[in-house]
Design a protein around this ligand. Structure first.
Ligand code: NAD
Length: 296
């Protein structure tokens, strides 16, 4: 297929490279020259504008920072520019309202568009092992699926337009809250004199078990290999967790949902980012909680 790809940053760069590896012709555009040059090294075809990337292709994929970028790029460069039978796929993590708004505008012009945010970080984008949560019609999902399969290990239809973003932020709100709760449990166990490996051995087989504990343990040297074992470098940046928690809080307000644990997680990640932790993996919040406990 001929595919236009707009937004070739940390995630989009690896995703576009995997489309090339799968045999697609990728017309790539990014505002940042280094990102574009890197994509060209991976076999993408350089184009000069987002409009050129969207013109005369069978699919358009976008991987942009936030809702305002997605709204602008679709309004100015994709809707009305891409052939009307091209499938439009936004993989960015954005607010549900923008996803529904842009999807609705595309549908009014006769396009099939899906929101398809990802689970998995830069390593999964490079390896082609992302999970895609897809919002859109059955037809949109069926048409997006082969494109997404070239970049991921799982492609799941979440529901209508905006449902992919809804699934993503609800999941990440749960992840943020369980990570903090897991950190707290380890710190309490330590203060109570328990050996942390012993606590892990017990809790990982007891009712407190969660993915944050058994797949991504925040304590160095305990559980499987995780960013904690590498000084909290790499992994999923706390700043991105904070972004997702803010999206979840905005969506909860719009939907009148009660999310006190999510709100607490947002304010704790905000404090962690304010203290300079935004670039570290999100499990590093254990350091802030530990330091606060030491003070009191
Ligand atoms: P990034 O900042 O590295 O990349 C975004 C790219 O978009 C940049 O290269 C930027 O130049 C480009 N861009 C911005 N405006 C543009 C425009 N108008 N036209 C063309 N290009 C434009 O960000 P990223 O880490 O690749 O993340 C992209 C999206 O994926 C975000 O929504 C993020 O929340 C989500 N996400 C990221 C991760 C992660 O681990 N990095 C994981 C899951 C989801």
């Amino acid at each position: 297929m001929k595919i236009g790809f707009i937004g070739l940053g940390n995630m989009g760069g690896g995703m576009a490279a995997n489309l090339v590896k799968a045999g697609h012709e990728v017309h790539a555009f990014d505002l940042a020259e280094p990102a574009l040059a890197h994509a060209v090294e991976s076999g993408c075809i350089r184009v000069g504008t987002a409009r050129e990337a969207a013109a005369a292709v069978e699919a358009v994929v976008t991987m942009l920072p936030a809702g305002k970028h997605v709204r602008q790029v679709y309004a100015e460069s994709i809707v009305g520019v891409a052939p009307v039978d091209a499938i439009l796929i936004d993989c960015s993590t954005i607010d549900v309202a923008s996803a529904k708004g842009v999807g609705g505008q595309a549908a009014e012009q006769g396009y099939q568009m899906v929101d398809a945010p990802v689970s998995g970080g830069i390593a999964a984008a490079n390896a082609g092992t992302l999970t895609f949560m897809v919002g859109g019609t059955e037809e949109g999902f069926a048409r997006a699926r082969p494109v997404l399969e070239a970049m991921g290990k799982a492609v799941i239809h979440a529901g209508g337009s905006g449902a992919g973003q809804a699934a993503k932020i609800a999941n990440n709100m749960l992840l943020g809250a369980t990570m903090i709760a897991t950190c707290e449990a380890f710190l309490l166990a330590k203060k109570l004199g328990l050996d942390l490996q012993t606590f892990y051995d017990i809790s990982s087989k007891a009712s407190g078990q969660s993915w944050s504990m058994t797949s991504y343990c925040p304590v160095p040297g305990v559980g499987p290999d995780s960013p904690a074992d590498r000084g909290y470098q790499g992994g999923f940046a706390a700043a991105l967790m904070l972004k997702d928690l803010k999206l979840a809080m905005a969506a909860a307000q719009d939907a009148d949902a009660s999310v006190p644990m999510g709100a607490a997680a947002e304010s704790l990640y905000q404090a962690f980012a304010n203290g300079g932790g935004g670039g570290l993996d999100f499990s590093a919040i254990i350091r802030m909680l530990d330091a606060e406990g030491t003070k009191s």
